[in-house]
Ligand binder design. Structure first.
Ligand SMILES: Nc1ncnc2c1ncn2[C@@H]1O[C@H](COP(=O)(O)OP(=O)(O)OP(=O)(O)O)[C@@H](O)[C@H]1O
Ligand SMILES: [Mg+2]
Length: 518
């Protein structure tokens, strides 16, 4: 009776010790993502609380080799020891995924002595317990432990206990592999995105070699590396946004965010909250504090597109940011400092806007530190063919068509058109042509109706007579206005028409006369 109580107490003591060991093991494993050092700590715990004389964790590598990932109590430097799968006891455990117990190591011929378990002249008999580390029911390694030989040892219970430790090691391996995979995926993705960005906003991606464009490149190169505020001006579709990207991605801030705000797209009531952020409860619907674009661009570049459309009250706030580099969130009192480079773009006549009182002169001067004028397409005819080829290739690829060239009459049409919508219009025209084209050559009749003028005579056009006449008339008026630099009276005389008729047509065809001035 007394004896059995003693055994029960001993058993309970062993269970308690095992539980506390497992707790320590789990803490050692959760504390770090470095499995090598975590495994080493686990083996130390087994030595301390569990009488492990020596122990090791071997892991299976590609090719079927087993490497010692961590060891405790071994003499030789562990990296030097290597097994093959199926070789020796450990190799067999990994191969079969089943634990093996060697009660008396001295009597087991299969015991490889690689890990120098009996290097010291130690006569003491040892037992070896080796359990697999299973991931998705496949062995990815093994935990091997040398214990002092005891005739009465309950090996079943030892194997179970070591099995629990091994499954905890397996969890750690699983997490580490997931993390590594995630990391690799992120690194790959990042690399891919970087390359995409580089390709997209690389200088060399801005097509054009004409004089006016080269001047723009020079200006970009000159100003990119500085922190200067840049105002990019030019007609709609000339590539202002492309230039803004080129400045950012060629600046020292290239790795920091590039944040764009389309001032014209945001209603007046929202723009300040968008730019400067707002505090919780600043207005109805503001149920959370929100960072503004200025804060989001911290360290990088903020691009205010269509700045000419911004309202007067926001202009006052912008002026302060430009002067002091600080602001408050809407509904907030805390002053926020930012390190942001500003770029702005507009296709508006800013001087006129100032004269009309729609734009603050002081803000204009702050923005206008360095101005880049992006030339309209009609002033850079030399780039026309390059652009046409560029878009032809781009859209053929996108739409999976093999289109080899543009016919000479079609090229003539592209070259004689005045491109009021600039590069964007040309991009659209070529996309349409690619879609319309059923062969390998873009012909004149594939081009949009706006390009179909009498100059294209001799080609089969699919445009209605009315459309063609309208396009031709509009074209003539724009050309006359260009020649007379926007002077309507002179243009009317040039066209042998009255000023009244010319004004009527200008309105009807929505010709932007201001564009031809200056
Ligand atoms: N030099 C160029 N090379 C290649 N593509 C260009 C070039 N210039 C403009 N584009 C393309 O033309 C389109 C219009 O350019 P972008 O949006 O930069 O014009 P924008 O001046 O900002 O016009 P808007 O004033 O209407 O906003 C874009 O798709 C852009 O990629
Ligand atoms: Mg734009």
């Amino acid at each position: 009776m007394k004896g059995s109580t003693a055994t029960t107490t001993a058993l309970q003591g062993r269970e308690a010790r095992r539980l506390s060991t497992l707790l320590e093991v789990s803490q050692a494993l959760s504390g770090t993502l470095n499995s090598k050092s975590a495994f080493h700590r686990v083996l130390e715990i087994l030595a301390r609380h569990h009488g492990a004389v020596r122990s090791m964790v071997v892991m299976l590598r590609e090719g079927g080799d087993l490497f010692i990932e961590a060891s405790d109590g071994l003499d030789r430097p562990s990296q030097a020891v290597q097994y093959r799968i199926g070789e020796g006891i450990t190799g067999r455990v990994v191969e079969t995924g089943k634990p093996i117990v060697v009660p008396r190591v001295s009597r087991e011929p299969a015991m490889l002595n690689r890990a120098a378990r009996r290097a010291e002249s130690d006569d003491q008999e040892l037992s070896f317990v080796c359990v697999p580390i299973l991931l998705n029911r496949r062995a990815v390694g093994a935990l091997g432990v040398d214990l002092r030989y005891k005739a009465e040892r309950d090996f079943d219970s030892s194997v179970k206990f070591m099995g629990v430790v091994a499954s905890m090691l397996a969890q750690a391996v699983k997490i580490q592999r997931l993390v590594e995979e995630d990391k690799r995926r992120l690194v790959d993705e990042n690399e891919h995105l970087r390359k995409e960005l580089r390709d997209k906003y690389d200088f060399s991606n801005i097509i054009g070699t004409s004089g006016p464009v080269r001047q723009v490149y020079e200006q970009v190169a000159q100003v990119a590396a500085t922190n200067t505020t840049v105002l990019i001006r030019g007609e709609s579709g000339t590539g202002k946004e492309l230039i803004a990207h080129a400045i950012h991605y060629n600046s020292l801030r290239a790795k920091k965010p590039f944040v764009k705000v389309s001032c014209a797209a945001l209603p007046d009531s929202l723009i300040e909250a968008e730019l400067f952020g707002h505090e919780k409860g600043a207005f109805t619907g503001a149920d959370q504090r929100k960072k503004g674009r200025f804060e989001l661009a911290e360290g990088g570049t903020l691009f205010l597109d269509e700045i000419g459309d911004i309202n007067l009250s926001t202009q006052v706030k912008l002026l302060r940011v430009l002067q002091e580099r600080e602001f408050e969130r809407v509904g907030g009192v805390e002053t926020i400092k930012v390190n942001v480079r500003l770029l702005a773009a507009t296709n508006k006549d800013m001087e006129q806007a100032i004269a009309d009182g729609r734009f603050r002169e002081d803000l204009y001067y702050r923005l206008n530190v360095f101005t880049i004028f992006v030339p309209p397409l009609r002033d850079r005819k030399a780039d026309l063919l390059l652009l046409a080829d560029h878009f032809l290739e781009k859209f053929s690829r996108e739409h999976g068509k093999i289109i080899k060239r543009i016919s000479t009459p079609a090229i003539d049409m592209l070259a004689s058109y005045h491109w009021p919508g600039n590069v964007r219009e040309m991009e659209n025209a070529l996309e349409r042509s690619v879609l319309m084209c059923e062969g390998q050559v873009i012909h004149a009749h594939h081009l949009p109706p706006s390009l179909q003028t009498a100059e294209a005579s001799g080609t089969v056009t699919r445009v209605s007579l009315v459309d063609a006449v309208v396009a031709y008339e509009k074209d003539l008026i724009q050309d006359a206005l260009k020649t007379t630099r926007g002077n309507r009276a002179k243009a009317a005389r040039l066209l042998d028409a009255t000023e009244r008729i010319l004004n009527y047509k200008i309105k009807k065809y929505a010709v932007d006369v201001r564009r031809f001035k200056g």
